[in-house]
Design a protein around this ligand. Structure first.
Ligand SMILES: O=c1ccn([C@@H]2O[C@H](COP(=O)(O)O)[C@@H](O)[C@H]2O)c(=O)[nH]1
Length: 292
């Protein structure tokens, strides 16, 4: 069997071909209503498939929000399987935003569900929650990289409630005195740089989640400390509806902008079913012309 193409390489290729816009597939109940779709498994499937159709050939990355599928139970999961399959068949990189985390043995089950080639829920990357310790995630990071998949570890999230936890300082670790947010960025970056093929890679296979609403230095992250090879993938939600402005990507993320994925969900999805294709095409052009 041939070697899988590394996730970081696929991400770099998607940036080169389509730019860095990622459209979120977030079928909120209100959006389903405004799209004229039922709030059911069928509705979320149809919504997802229409977004995939709009995204194919216009952008390189989509991020289905698992919660909005999970609320429909088995029917929601069946819909998600179909949306993932169609998106991946269309050549899109699929980031499953499920924010999983647990003790190692349990986390392995999540990796099997979301990152195993051939799984019905196979995605290209998965968001992970490091609250049980970054080290618990390392086996999943290894396993993902071995099969050409990626992960994004929550570091500095876009929600306003994140501050007290993510700016708390570590006490017992080699990163004592650093904020939790910066220790996560540092830890994931170090993991990428310790990979055997690190020197040949543009982007690593593991990334972090940093919200576009976050002032990086205020949470202890020096964005200019991360320009080494390979670059660090950064999944950046918080643009559009939450107030972040993609035109300020370089200002917000400094050298980290090189690996940044600009996620926009509601601000694009609000276009509705008739206009979604045009909205994705226009926004991809606007974000592409920022020249980061
Ligand atoms: O820090 C985070 C992590 C994840 N998200 C997710 O991204 C999208 C954002 O949707 P918008 O409609 O563009 O606000 C959503 O799925 C969140 O769960 C985030 O916002 N912040």
């Amino acid at each position: 069997m041939s070697e899988p193409v590394a996730f970081g390489d696929r991400l770099a290729a998607a940036f080169a071909a389509y730019g860095r816009l990622c459209v979120g597939i977030d079928p909120h109940a209100q959006l389903l209503e405004s799209w004229g779709l039922p709030d059911s498994g069928e509705g979320v499937r149809e919504f997802g498939l229409r977004v995939v159709d709009a995204a194919a050939g216009q952008i390189g990355i989509v991020k289905p929000q698992v919660s909005f599928y999970e609320r429909h139970g088995a029917a929601g999961y069946a819909a998600l399987e179909r949306v993932f399959a169609e998106a991946r068949d269309a050549g899109l990189i699929v980031i499953a935003d499920a924010k999983r985390g647990d003790i190692g043995s349990t986390l392995a089950g999540y990796a099997d569900a979301w990152l195993r080639p051939g799984s019905t829920l196979e995605a290209d990357a998965l968001t992970l929650n490091p609250y049980q310790g970054l080290a618990t995630l390392a086996p999943v990071m290894e396993r993902a990289a071995a099969v050409g998949k990626g992960v994004f570890v929550l570091a500095a999230t876009s929600n306003p409630e994140s501050g007290p936890v993510q700016t708390a300082e570590l006490r017992q670790s080699s990163r004592a005195g650093r904020t939790i947010a910066s220790a996560m960025v540092d830890g994931v970056d170090a993991w990428n740089r310790a990979r055997p093929d690190a020197s040949t890679r543009t982007l690593g296979d593991a990334g972090v989640v940093i919200g576009a609403t976050v002032e990086l230095r205020a949470v202890g992250i020096d964005p200019d400390a991360y320009g080494e090879t390979p670059g660090l993938p950064v999944l950046a939600p918080g643009f559009g509806h939450q107030g972040g402005d993609a035109a300020q990507l370089g200002e917000l993320f400094g050298r980290l902008a090189a690996g940044a994925i600009v996620n926009e969900s509601r601000s694009v999805l609000a276009a509705g079913p008739e206009e979604i294709g045009e909205a994705v095409r226009r926004r991809a052009g606007e974000v592409g012309s920022l020249g980061v």
